[in-house]
Ligand binder design. Structure first.
Ligand SMILES: Cc1cc2nc3c(=O)[nH]c(=O)nc-3n(C[C@H](O)[C@H](O)[C@H](O)COP(=O)(O)OP(=O)(O)OC[C@H]3O[C@@H](n4cnc5c(N)ncnc54)[C@H](O)[C@@H]3O)c2cc1C
Length: 494
């Protein structure tokens, strides 16, 4: 019989990965999930023969997923299959230029020169430096618990620290890109990577220039069946390892006695365990589950990441000029980010992202039709009038697409569903609908997110996109790994 027990609150990608790691370590693990399905943001939504990935649509760095299956001693191919796509993204610039982000390096460099006039040398230097930074600094920062003293005495960590240059912290990503690249389009394209953790390239540190490494050097992948296949694979693996899932069950409180965790409360009933792992938003973990308003207020002071409005459109025809991933850039990129983080409203000319998985698997839409996942970045916040702002965003999106695609998309929409920041908060418990918790617009946001363990309460741990090392599927998987390793190295919890 297993002698140690763990409760996990939330079955987001990190929650399931944490459950798998603890089950492998010999814990008896129970996951409590408020929704009726696993995956949190990484889930599926369907309507009238169309299916859509509800949240994440871009899959990079499958090595993190492979590492988890290796850890569990299970062959990943029996759970999920994925392949590198030829075109990582098609970019439509406001000046009419088109650019394919090919995943083949030579083709990509040629495209930069031919379509944007950006010399292949500048892009080569940029991507090589991103790779070098990723290996010398990124992997060390992203794979270790920064708040553990032991980390700071590791040789690899000291080496990584000595590789950090002041410009990486004190210059913005945009300043860095302006210095490294020649054309406005290439600068805009590389600036966009700040949005991968919900930040602004005009505020976030130049260190974020490592982000393109994963996509432009590592490649973009497509999981067969869509992104939901990642959740399904993780869920099946967890069940195989003996993890119990309890759905439609919301944790109300974490029980702590004399600074030691004892379990959780659900509907007035106590459920005891040796450890508790919260996979929910760190703000709500303190505010609701720990009733610690003081710490919650401290967290709230940090600037939140951006949120999104997503239109899931069933489109009654096919658009051969579009790819799996498409970006329609704003003509005023800086003003768009000022709108996101300063004036905090929906920008009049937003950058639009369109994901169409029926390009890969025709069955995701009725014959001859397409499933469009249309997303614009918007500020997070629960106080805005999202109904009004969503109607405005839709108008602006349709107007922009009419101009850039030279075709009116509105009459092609035969079904529609909408996700806005308040729906993201209600559906997955993300405070203000902020997709990545805090933004990386400041050094503290970028490098010092909430740790994966509690300094005050023994036996309490955290994983997921709002804690170290950050949001997005690969980093969420890393957060579960860091947390799992801390637990593995802890001899006794109480
Ligand atoms: C629109 C959108 C687009 C995105 N695009 C991408 C992308 O292309 N690529 C990428 O890598 N990432 C993307 N992301 C980010 C990615 O989805 C997240 O970083 C990641 O899925 C977060 O996982 P998580 O483990 O933190 O848990 P979450 O997905 O946040 O799940 C937390 C879970 O906890 C549950 N929960 C909350 N409170 C309680 C409670 N009290 N009791 C029980 N259960 C509770 C929730 O119901 C939820 O299931 C996107 C996100 C969104 C919203």
């Amino acid at each position: 019989m297993k002698s140690r027990s763990a409760i996990i609150i939330g079955s987001g990608v990190a929650g399931i990965a944490a459950a798998i790691r603890l089950a492998v370590q010999g814990f008896s693990v129970t996951v409590y999930e408020k929704n009726g399905y696993p995956g949190g943001k990484l889930s599926l939504t369907e309507k009238e023969g169309y299916s859509f990935d509800a949240g994440p649509s871009l899959f990079t760095d499958p090595a993190e997923l492979e590492a988890l299956f290796d850890y569990a001693g299970e062959p990943i191919d029996e759970y999920i299959s994925y392949s590198k796509v030829e075109c990582g993204c098609k970019y439509f610039f406001a000046n009419g230029k088109l650019f394919h982000s090919w995943t083949d390096r030579d083709r990509l460099l040629a495209e930069f020169t031919e379509k944007l006039g950006e010399p292949r040398e500048t892009v080569t230097v940029y991507l090589n430096q991103a790779e070098e930074l990723y290996h010398s600094i990124g992997t060390v920062f992203l794979n270790n618990p920064l708040q553990k003293r032991k980390t700071w005495f590791k040789r690899s960590f000291l080496k990584a620290l000595s590789a950090v240059r002041p410009y990486m912290l004190y210059n913005t990503l945009n300043e860095y890109n302006q210095a490294k690249l020649k054309t406005g389009e290439a600068i805009q394209l590389f600036n966009r990577f700040a949005t991968y953790n919900g930040s602004s390239p005009y505020s976030a540190p130049a260190m974020l220039s490592i982000i393109p490494h994963t996509e432009l050097n590592g490649g973009v992948y497509y999981p067969k069946g869509g992104m939901i296949s990642i959740t399904n694979a993780l869920y099946r693996l967890a069940v195989k390892k003996g993890v119990q899932f309890v759905f439609n069950t919301s944790a109300d409180r974490i029980i702590c006695v004399e600074n030691k965790v004892r379990g959780i409360v659900i509907n007035g009933e106590n459920f005891f365990s040796d450890l508790v792992v919260s996979n929910t938003d760190i703000y709500f973990t303190y505010q609701k589950l720990l009733n610690d308003e003081r710490t919650a207020q401290k967290i709230e002071k940090y600037e939140k990441s951006s949120s999104a409005i997503v239109f899931y459109w069933g489109i009654n025809k096919q658009f051969p000029q579009l790819q799996l991933h498409n970006i329609f850039f704003s003509s005023e990129y800086k003003a768009e980010f000022e709108s996101l983080f300063k004036t905090q409203t929906v920008y009049k000319d937003p950058t639009i992202y369109i994901n169409i998985t029926s390009k890969m698997e025709a069955g995701h839409a009725p014959a001859g039709k397409e499933n469009w996942f249309v997303m614009v970045n918007v500020p997070s916040g629960s106080k805005n009038n999202w109904q009004e702002l969503t109607a405005y965003a839709k108008q602006q999106v349709l107007k922009k697409l009419r101009g850039m695609l030279k075709e009116d998309v509105e009459p092609c929409i035969e079904t529609e569903m909408i996700l806005d920041p308040s729906a993201i908060e209600a559906g997955t418990g993300a405070a203000g609908g902020a997709i990545y918790g805090m933004s990386s617009n400041s050094g503290s946001g970028a490098f010092f997110r909430h740790p994966n363990f509690s300094k005050e309460i023994s036996g309490l741990y955290f994983c997921g996109g709002t804690v170290h090392p950050g949001g997005g599927i690969p980093l969420c998987l890393k957060s579960a790994k860091i947390m799992g390793e801390i637990i593995r190295n802890t001899k006794s919890f109480h």
